[in-house]
Design a protein around this ligand. Sequence first.
Ligand SMILES: [Zn+2]
Length: 277
Amino acid sequence: MFIVPLWYAVSLFFVLGACVGSFYNVVIYRMPRGLSLIKPASFCPTCNKHIPIYHNLPILAWLFLRGKSACCGNRISIQYPLVELLCALLGALSVILAEWPLSFEAPWTQITNSFALFWLLLAIVPVCAVDFKHHLIPDSISIGGVVVGLLLSLIPGGISPVESLVGVLIAGVGLYGLGLLMTFLLKKEAMGFGDVKLLAGYGAFMGWFYAFEVLIFAAFLGLLVMLPLKFFKKIKGSEAENTSFGEIPFGPFLSIMAPIVYLWGDKILKVYLSFVY
Ligand SMILES: [Zn+2]
């Protein structure tokens, strides 16, 4: 058991989130350009000069430099600090949602939940950014989720390693089967393999049952958002006729539902069942 006050845990996860956001900025810039994520170290996109670490601190550096690079005075997009701030806030939120106690000992459950929520909340950002644009989910998020979920199951307080492993297998195989069936029915590739790997990762975090709850409610959310969009497009008479359901990226909806189901899966199910019966 550790004695970790709430304010300390929140600050720590805020900083961790900002660092993840800083990494996302690198990914957002380099991935579409086919550049390596690791080498070279940070450089100025205008004059190619190396950026020292103190000019690269998340959020702070942008404020300190007043949005202009130190090397050549080029404007730095506000997208950088905004992504970092968003990730920092999501990081802090993961501790708050995990109900970390105010000052006394943080039990294992809160520690496990904080790290799980940290991963699930921060995964939303790249899944939405990349899937809507490029129709793919980065393996580092989907397969990374499987690895992180399995590792977290080793910490007491959450699901057991066996439940986690079974979750990966059933969620992965189940969605893969569903994808094959839909491909057969729609005669068109209906589900990307990225979605399968992403859901397998959620199985690692919360077991097969809740992973399927994520799937079902993500489908609901998807319909809720996409049907009006399709309708609206039809009125405008654009190329909507050619848009099939297979082309709607499903990953963002999965990634949004995952932390919600992780936190309130039981409650949502009860409300849903009370409507059905
Ligand atoms: Zn420069």
